[in-house]
Design a protein around this ligand. Structure first.
Ligand code: DAH
Length: 361
């Protein structure tokens, strides 16, 4: 690059007017430099060296002064032509490098969504959701469908059609959240999932084998065993020749699937308006294996939910012929089942969102 340092403004003082060969050399040297640039920064440097103030090319401009005026115009035009050629090369190279850098930047910025970072803390489904899904799997395995129903209900679906008449204690407004959108105390947040039995009987072809998980609402102050919004799972089977024995067997099967083969279940007579006969189902206490402890209040058994044969009044409300069809229903709290299975002391831990609690499951 010795020529470069010679190409200073004072080159005019010594240089003889340039010839065509020198001009061609200067052009090819500059073009080589421009071509060799590998990124925008090196192109800028090449541009400075090729046509910048202190470049060989600038030196040639200086030399124009030494030309005879008659030759100067022609030499100037030749120089201009080279200059344009170099400018074009620089512009083309700049476009090429800009595009390449953009591609490179995009590649670097691209998110690799397949990447798994073992160090990152991964979340998971809430325990109640997991238990609900497990329950769904167990019942799907027995041939049931998973159904849903509305959380806002009318008095008819939540109470009357379920054989809970107007003056029945089970519909005490002390327990019920009413929705202030219609005539007083006609719209409410469902207090149980049983109203979905009515929707199913109204809109489904028989037979029905369905379970309905969902949120229900009661005006309870939260404590260790109560939440004002909690989850239930309702079951409804209506077919020809369904018996109480089928109900007992179904409960035994799901209790074993959820709690393990060593846990036993039993039915105890109870009363629900929408089933007859009705029963409460209980499981042997997992803490003491049935011998009696604090958790089961010394009885050896823990109550899980209610069940029974579908009451004729429910069939009547939904126009199902009780001569042809029989059925059973059951319902229980998913949150309560989860605290029993996992030995959790307080239902409220499910809604406090304390990660130290949630991540254990
Ligand atoms: N709906 C009842 C409750 O919330 C639970 C229940 C009892 C559901 C008996 C049923 C049943 O389907 O047959 O307390």
């Amino acid at each position: 690059m010795a020529r470069e340092s010679e190409a200073s403004p004072d080159a005019t003082l010594r240089a003889a007017p340039f010839g065509a060969a020198e001009l061609a050399d200067a052009q090819s040297e500059a073009l080589t430099r421009i071509e060799a640039a590998t990124d925008l920064a090196s192109l800028e440097e090449a541009e400075r060296q090729a046509v910048g103030k202190r470049s060989h090319f600038a030196g040639l401009y200086q030399q124009l002064r030494a030309f005879e005026p008659s030759e100067r115009k022609d030499a100037g035009q030749r120089l201009q032509k080279v200059r344009r050629r170099l400018d074009e090369a620089i512009t083309a190279k700049r476009a090429e490098l800009t595009a390449a850098e953009r591609v490179g930047r995009l590649a670097a910025d691209r998110l690799d969504l397949t990447e798994v970072l073992p160090a990152a803390r991964q979340g998971h489904l809430h325990l109640v959701t997991r238990v609900r899904e497990e329950l769904e799997d167990v019942f799907v395995g027995m041939g049931y469908e998973i159904a849903e129903g509305p959380e806002i209900e009318t008095d008819w679906y939540n109470f009357q059609a379920l054989n809970i008449p107007v003056d029945h204690p089970a519909r005490s407004s002390v327990d019920t959240f009413f929705v202030e959108a219609a005539e007083a105390e006609t719209l409410l947040l469902r207090t149980h999932t049983s109203p979905v039995q009515i929707h199913l009987l109204e809109r489904r072809e028989l037979p029905i084998y369905a379970v309905v998980p969902g949120l229900v609402y009661r005006r309870d102050t939260p404590d260790a065993t109560h939440l004002p919004a909690f989850h239930q799972l309702e079951g409804l089977v209506v077919d020809r020749g369904v018996s109480f024995g089928d109900l007992a067997g179904t409960i035994e099967t799901f209790v074993h699937a959820i709690f393990g083969e060593t846990v036993r279940s039993r039915l105890r007579p109870a009363y629900f308006p929408f089933t007859e006969p009705s029963a409460e189902f209980e499981i042997s206490c997992m803490i003491c294996d049935g011998s009696g402890c604090r958790t089961c209040a010394g009885t050896g058994w823990i109550e899980l939910g209610g069940c029974g044969m579908v009451h004729p009044a429910v069939f009547e409300a939904t126009d199902v012929d009780p001569e042809e069809w029989t059925g059973f229903a059951f319902g229980f709290g998913i949150d309560r089942l989860a605290i029993m299975r996992h030995g959790i002391a307080d239902l409220r831990s499910f809604i406090e969102n304390d990660v130290r609690f949630l991540e254990q499951f």
